[in-house]
Design a protein around this ligand. Structure first.
Ligand code: PEP
Ligand code: MG
Length: 539
């Protein structure tokens, strides 16, 4: 829960038109030169305020805005008839393209150049610069939608909560917000009408927003915030059922920076490391050395413990520029996950090589899995390649209904299966997890989803192959018990959910979890499944 003033995310700038300039060239050049100076000075000011690593990045950007080659190029384009905005756009785009061609570190700077160009164009138009808003005081960020690349940049000390108009509860924006321990409510109709500075209460537990709360509502919210702070008692015992059977509780992570918090909240290892989050801004494929350093940092935080790393899951709302296969009408059904990796096998080979190197450099137990696997053929492809490149434990994610239906074959061909309930729900219910309008279908309590989970659980039990769950469903305490009853042997979740799930599991034996699961499978809707589960618990 959070209480605070709204600050809206500026909308992205439309590409400047190619129309010919109607003003005279020197006047246009003066305007552009003033805009360059404004942006450069602003970036320098922010560099000083930021300090540390961010300072260097911002200082370099400030210099880009004064780069004589770029300024000359812009002026020449204006002389040739371009508008100032278009000249800036084209000159920066051309320079960025040449950096991308050079590859490596220089290619990474292309995104910074694009950002500077957008800032200059925003000044010329007299509108706020796109990207995260700037504020010296804490605020509640309101956006139409937020790309994962923007979400990872949120400063949890500044951003009190997040409200978006688009996105479902398992969109990657919501997942990342949870990993930052940020209250987030997504899919809020009318969010775009909230005004900057308006006071709101965001209650992520109920998904409610209160606009312009009265004194009583504010007092109640503050009481609740105090109570929540007092509840922050952390129990670090390993996950177990009531009869003592161990049920490892692992963390879902997206960067090595999240490791310390996961350890603090009692994670017994990592059940899903989403490697694609490391490279959302990368224009070129990361090198083996660069990846190995990143993976080593994560593995080193969990000495002697299990760390499940997922190979790059590019596509849909997590496009990676270096794995992009061109525009798609339905990206969720497109060349994503393992399909994209297969089409770019050198990227997959480099990643597996880097992971094997990272395992050798640490004492963690590395398990590696492929995202979006369809069947036995794809399972064999991945497991064979992983073994060839030195990976000892290789598994697959069960996120597509076809994999669940073929689970009896798959479990015999790999070392483990991890169920991604977010995508499994999206594909079972045919409801885009990014779309607020169909968010109600994105409910892993639906018996259709749970029946598929049971197919995988039964197959795993039969073959002695571990079956974990790493989708958001594992962070719902009662559903976590159902998943165990369906055959899950470990659960992985956002670290913030570990304490509640740990406490709930301790209330059931394996037999009781199985009874609960079989009761729920007979429901005809997600709502009925929840009711049956609650009735089972209270009786
Ligand atoms: C899932 O689909 O459940 C999953 C864990 O992967 P992601 O949320 O990153 O798609
Ligand atoms: Mg997925």
């Amino acid at each position: 829960m959070a209480v605070g003033p709204v600050l809206r995310m500026p909308v992205a700038l439309a590409e400047p038109q190619r129309a010919r300039r109607t003003t005279d060239a020197p006047a246009e050049q003066r305007l552009v030169s003033t805009a360059f100076a404004t942006v450069s000075a602003d970036l320098l000011e922010r560099a000083e305020a930021a300090g540390g690593e961010a300072q260097e990045v911002l200082e370099a950007q400030s210099m880009m805005a004064m780069d004589p080659t770029l300024v000359d190029d812009v002026n020449a384009r204006i002389d040739a008839g371009s508008t100032g905005e278009r000249a800036v756009f084209d000159a920066f785009a051309e320079f960025a393209a040449s950096l991308i061609e050079l590859g490596g570190y220089l290619a990474e700077r292309a995104a910074d150049l694009h950002d500077v160009a957008q800032r200059v164009i925003a000044v010329l138009r007299g509108v706020p610069a796109p990207g995260l808003p700037e504020s010296l005081t804490p605020y509640i960020l309101v956006a139409r939608d937020l790309a994962p690349a923007d979400t990872v940049l949120l400063d949890p000390l500044k951003v009190l909560a997040l409200v978006t108009r688009d996105g479902g509860p398992t969109s990657h924006t919501a997942i990342l917000a949870r990993s930052l321990l940020l209250p987030a409510v997504v899919g809020v109709e009318g969010a775009e009408d909230l005004l900057d500075g308006a006071m709101i209460i965001v209650d992520a537990a109920t998904g409610r927003i209160t606009v312009a709360p009265g004194p009583d509502e504010l007092a109640a919210a503050e009481d609740r915030l105090r109570a929540l702070a007092a509840e922050q008692h952390i129990e670090l015992a390993p996950g177990a059922l009531r009869d003592g059977e161990a049920l490892p509780l692992l963390a879902n992570l997206g960067s090595s920076a999240d490791c310390a918090q996961a350890v603090r909240l009692g994670a017994e290892g990592v059940g899903l490391f989403r490697t694609e989050f490391l490279f959302l801004d990368s224009l070129a494929a990361p090198t083996v050395a660069e990846q190995q350093a990143q993976y080593t940092a994560v593995l080193a935080a969990f000495p002697g413990q299990k760390v499940v790393v997922r190979c790059l899951d590019a596509g849909a709302d997590k496009p990676l520029k270096f794995l992009h296969g061109g525009p798609e009408e339905n990206p969720a059904l497109g060349l994503r996950g393992l399909r994209a990796l297969r089409a770019n096998e050198e990227v997959l080979r480099d990643q597996l090589t880097a992971l094997a190197g990272a395992e050798r450099a640490t004492s963690a137990e590395l398990w590696v899995m492929a995202p979006m696997v369809t069947d036995l053929v794809e399972t064999r492809y991945f497991v064979d390649l992983a073994r060839e490149l030195g990976i000892r434990v290789a598994g697959v994610m069960a996120e597509i209904p076809s994999l669940a239906l073929m689970a009896d074959q798959v479990v015999r061909a790999c070392d483990f299966v991890s169920i991604g309930t977010n995508d499994l729900t999206q594909y079972t219910m045919a409801a885009d997890r990014m779309l607020g309008s169909v968010a109600s279908y994105q409910d892993p309590w639906h018996p259709a989803v749970l029946r598929l989970v049971k197919l995988i659980g039964d197959a795993g039990t039969g073959a002695g192959t571990p079956v974990g769950v790493c989708g958001e469903a594992a962070s719902d305490p009662l559903l976590a018990v159902v998943l165990v009853g369906l055959g899950a042997t470990s659960l992985s979740m956002t670290a913030a959910a570990l304490a509640d799930v740990r406490a709930e599991l301790l209330r059931y034996t394996r037999l009781e979890a199985a009874q609960l699961a079989s009761r729920v499978l007979g429901a005809s809707s997600a709502a009925e499944a929840r009711t049956l589960a609650r009735d089972f618990v209270t009786n």
